[in-house]
Every structure is written in structure tokens, then in C-alpha cells.
Design a binder for this molecule. Sequence first.
Ligand code: NAD
Length: 330
Amino acid sequence: MIKIAFFDTKEYDKKLFDEYNQKYGYDITYFESKLNKETAPLSRGFDVVCIFVNDVVDSDTIKILKQCNVKLIALRCAGFNNIDMKNMNNSIKVVRVPAYSPYAVAEHAVALLLSIDRKIYKAYQRTKKYNFTLNGLLGFDINGKTVGVIGTGKIGKVFIKIMKGFGANVIAYDVYKDEENAKELGYKYVDLDELYKNSDIISLHCPLTEDTYKLINEDSISKMKDGVVIINTSRGKLIDTDSLINKLEEGKIGGLGLDVYEDEEEFFLNDMSNSYIRDKDLSILLSMPNVVITSHQAFFTKEALNKIASDTFENIKDIFETGTCVNEVK
Ligand code: NAD
């Protein structure tokens, strides 16, 4: 029987994967801890390690996984920037779930945008206390604004479609242009400088790579419109946090919606409310009145979780039955 070690397991993962496992009958052990070089020895005796976005598979972790004879790393997410693929040398196979629900993430980006624009978080707290005033809640119409989208893959395309529904003018940047889709949805590809210069709202939907690491920095933010709203549901390290804080303090950035954060690994998805461990930059961002932060929850819909569970188990089945899988990361 195939033995799977689940890392970074939450209650909802256990419930869902146990339910799906009735069809597959894998031997699963759930660990709450994240996979990293310290916890990697726990994988001894397992064929598969199943991991999520904030597990760290660096060269040291890979060495230990190899010693423990792990044959497969099954990512229960799309991004694989947390695995040092260069050091893998094909000795352990890696599979992922490339698409579980682009709607979940795109719709969450819109939720962040509307929360910031219409100050829903402030209004909610006020009305809860029977304060029905409107002072400080002034928003703007998205209709007629220019929205810049960086990365027009599965999620970017859904986000664009929603923005077009709002009546926004959409411009986009991608290293691979899908001109047919641009024509169909009615948006225009531009270069990055033009996108920065003309966008009232910028939403990030590209992966984290060497090219996109800290794409949003002091220099790129200076090229943006005054009062720009930035939304990031992709990966925290696409943005240089120090520059972000400086530009928020200067008023250059008018609003910020983050579902991901540069150094989220230690904090996001954990209850840190009783802890004295604090990240100074995160504390500054959380204290700002025009910043809304959610904790990597964009993927968290029923539809997406069900797809993650079924595809993860299918990926594992494919590798062990046929030696290959369409969702293998090479
Ligand atoms: P995708 O692969 O379908 O699309 C990514 C797009 O980015 C592609 O069109 C690609 O050409 C483009 N791209 C690559 N390098 C680029 C660059 N240097 N500049 C501009 N564009 C570039 O991926 P997707 O499913 O749309 O997901 C996008 C990202 O969303 C993922 O990489 C992941 O980081 C993030 N994500 C976040 C969550 C969450 O819960 N917050 C969930 C799923 C995915």
C-alpha cells in the first residue's frame, strides 16, 4: 500500500482527504508541521510526501528525502517555487495541481479590491457598533477605470473578464501574449512601463520566478499613477515590502490588498494571536488604514478544495501505476 506523509495539515485537509481516500485506500499519516530540513526525517518509511505552499523543499531537505527513500513529492497546490527543482536531478518525481479553480483566486482578488475601494472592512466595524456615518468611506467607481493585469494565464483571464463586466478598461502584460483572448475579452497588451503609467488598479497574476522576484519595487512603483491600488493574490515575493511601506507612507499607493506576503511562511495559516513573535513589516502593513490583508485564502472555496483532493490522489495513482503523470513538474 502506498504510504503518504501529509505535511502542514489543517483540520479541513484531513477531513477532505480522508473522505476522498475512501476511493483510493492510501495509508496516510498527517503531520501538522511544515516540511523543511528539520522535519524531513519524519518522511522515513513513506513513499510520498504531500505538501502545500509554505513547505520548504531546499537542497538540504531534498538530500534527506532521498536518504529516506521518498519517491514522490505531491504538491496540493499549483505553484512550485518552494521546491529547489535544480537540485532534484529527477531523483524524486514532483507532481502538482495546476488548476483547481481560477475563479476562486480571481474572485478573491475582486473581493480585496472592493473591500479597499468601498472600505467594507471599516463600514462593517462601524455598523456593528451602531455607527451609521459615512465619513471616511468615500470610494470610487471601478467602471471607467484602467486596470492593469500582470500575468494573463488562467487566473488573470478570469480576473480580466470580471473587470470587463464592471466596465473597466483593461490593459495587460505577459511574457506570452494571448492575442486571441485579448480580442475576445477586449483588453490590450502593453509593456510594463505603459501598464505602470496608465493603471489606476494593478493586479498581479504571474508566477514567482527569477524574473518576477520583487517585480514591484521602489523603481516600478515610482512609475505608477499617484493613488494606485495594488492587489496581490499570487506570491508575496513578487513585491518588495520595504518599498511598499515607503510608498504607502508617501501616499503614492492609495490602497493595497494582499492575500500573500513576502515573509508569510511563519505566520499565514497559523493562529499567532497569542504569540509575541511579530514581523515588523507585517505589523506596519496591518496597522495601515488603506491595507487589507488576508492569509493566503484565495484558493479556499469548496470547489477548489474538492479539485485539489481529487487531482492530488489521481496524480499519485498515475505516477505509481504508469510512471508518468500529465501534472508532473520537470
Ligand atoms: P498560469 O500558469 O495559468 O498563468 C501565469 C501567467 O503568468 C502565464 O500566462 C505566464 O506566461 C505569465 N508569466 C510568466 N512569467 C511572467 C513574467 N515574467 N511577467 C508576466 N507574466 C508572466 O497560472 P495561474 O493558474 O493563473 O496562477 C497564477 C499565480 O497565482 C500562480 O503562479 C500562483 O503563484 C498564484 N496562486 C495563488 C493562489 C492563492 O491562494 N493566493 C492560488 C493559486 C495560484
